[in-house]
Design a protein around this ligand. Structure first.
Ligand code: FAD
Length: 338
């Protein structure tokens, strides 16, 4: 792959039409962002006149491939091999490189997971093409794909156009796109893409699983988060109590973590997790951009803050001005009555 002049690129945009979506799996199921990416991919493919091709790499992932075929892909390219049972950067980069060279898509979408963020730039370097990260929106304009991404913790949104690269690699933010509702039945094509050992430089000798709390903030439908305004570890227990009651997950701001009230895996925001729950309850949180940039895709935000001018109220659907340490027990009591 190479860089094109603007004129050549315009010609190639008509030649390169398809969108490849790399769908990562976890425990043999597609990750949430994997299926979410199929809806913007369809939107772009409608404009380029191309097809949406999902790529799944793993072992024992046929059910995951079927799910992708029923969620908006025209074709699912299923690459199964015991060697690919778990993510290995070298193997997966080589497999994706080979698929992309064969399919010649205009764009390759990769989910913004830990592994996706590792894979995408490496693929772009391998293909000598452009890579844009943290994409929150996608559209076509004058035959070009426009990627919208946040800057300065989400205070500014920038539109990125890769004028001279094909295929373009884009890392899409988890939760920024809604899964397509119309069921579209795509086909599944099985492919064998062996990777020769000389192409693998990374040798994983052992995988050590850290025994830590399982916190799945990215997939949670309800998150109750606490900030410095909770005042102490004991008060922070109220946040957990409400989260448990609502069947949700506990989130936290960086200061709450730094004060030792809860572990780092609960951090929400720019340097924590980007979340997209149906309900986000922010307790004693000021609404700094670094925190808010991680919650902007929540469907509904409730904020409790004793300062009526707190910036969190600018993004909240419901604002409660009051002392969270007094408000939370009332909420908990009322919910218990239901
Ligand atoms: P504060 O800003 O101190 O706000 C506390 C709020 O609680 C205030 O609004 C106050 O009015 C209110 N309050 C006080 N007492 C009560 C009470 N009894 N009841 C109700 N309300 C009360 N932060 C993150 O959260 N996530 C990140 O990922 C993150 N990444 C960062 C990355 C960088 C590079 C930098 C520089 C900063 C980052 N931060 C992050 C920190 C961020 O800038 C803010 O400092 C942080 O989000 C503020 O946390 P807070 O709202 O808990 O605390």
């Amino acid at each position: 792959m190479r860089k094109y002049s603007k004129e050549e690129f315009a010609m190639n945009m008509t030649e390169y039409k398809d969108i490849v979506v790399y769908i990562e799996t976890a425990d043999k199921s597609p990750v949430k962002v994997g299926l979410e990416m199929l809806s913007p991919a369809r939107k772009i493919a409608e404009n380029t006149g191309g097809k949406v091709r999902a790529v799944l790499i793993g072992d024992g992932i046929r059910t995951a491939a079927q799910k992708a075929a029923e969620s908006g892909a025209d074709e699912v390219i299923l690459i199964e091999d015991p060697q690919y049972e778990s993510f290995h950067l070298d193997y997966f980069t080589n497999v994706m490189e080979s698929v992309i060279k064969e399919e010649k898509p205009v764009a390759v979408l990769v989910g913004g997971t830990q592994d996706g963020k590792d894979l995408a730039p490496r693929l772009a370097a391998r293909l000598k093409t452009g890579c844009v990260s943290d994409v929150m929106d996608l559209r076509t304009e004058d035959g070009k794909i426009v990627y919208t991404c946040p800057l300065y913790g989400g205070t500014v949104l920038q539109d990125v156009v890769m004028e001279t690269s094909v295929p373009q690699i884009a890392v899409l933010r988890s939760g920024a796109f809604k899964k397509t509702e119309e069921a579209q039945k795509g086909t599944i094509t099985e492919k064998k893409v062996p990777v020769t050992d000389e192409k693998v430089r990374l040798n994983i000798k052992d995988a050590v699983k850290e025994i830590s709390e399982a916190v799945n903030l990215e997939e949670a439908e309800v998150i109750v988060s606490g900030g410095r305004g909770m005042g102490s570890k004991d008060n922070f227990a109220l946040v957990k109590e409400l989260a448990d009651l609502l069947g949700g997950v506990v989130g936290a701001t960086r200061p709450a973590i730094e004060d030792g009230w809860i572990s780092r895996v609960h951090q929400v925001g720019q340097s924590g997790k980007i979340v997209a729950p149906k309900l986000y309850i922010a307790c004693g949180i000021s609404g700094a951009t670094q925190h808010v940039s991680g919650i902007m895709n929540s469907d509904y935000i409730v904020a409790i803050n004793k300062d009526e001018d707190a910036p969190i109220f600018e993004v909240a659907n419901i604002g409660i001005v009051g002392n969270a340490v007094n408000v939370l027990p009332v909420m908990i009591e009322e919910i218990r009555k239901k």
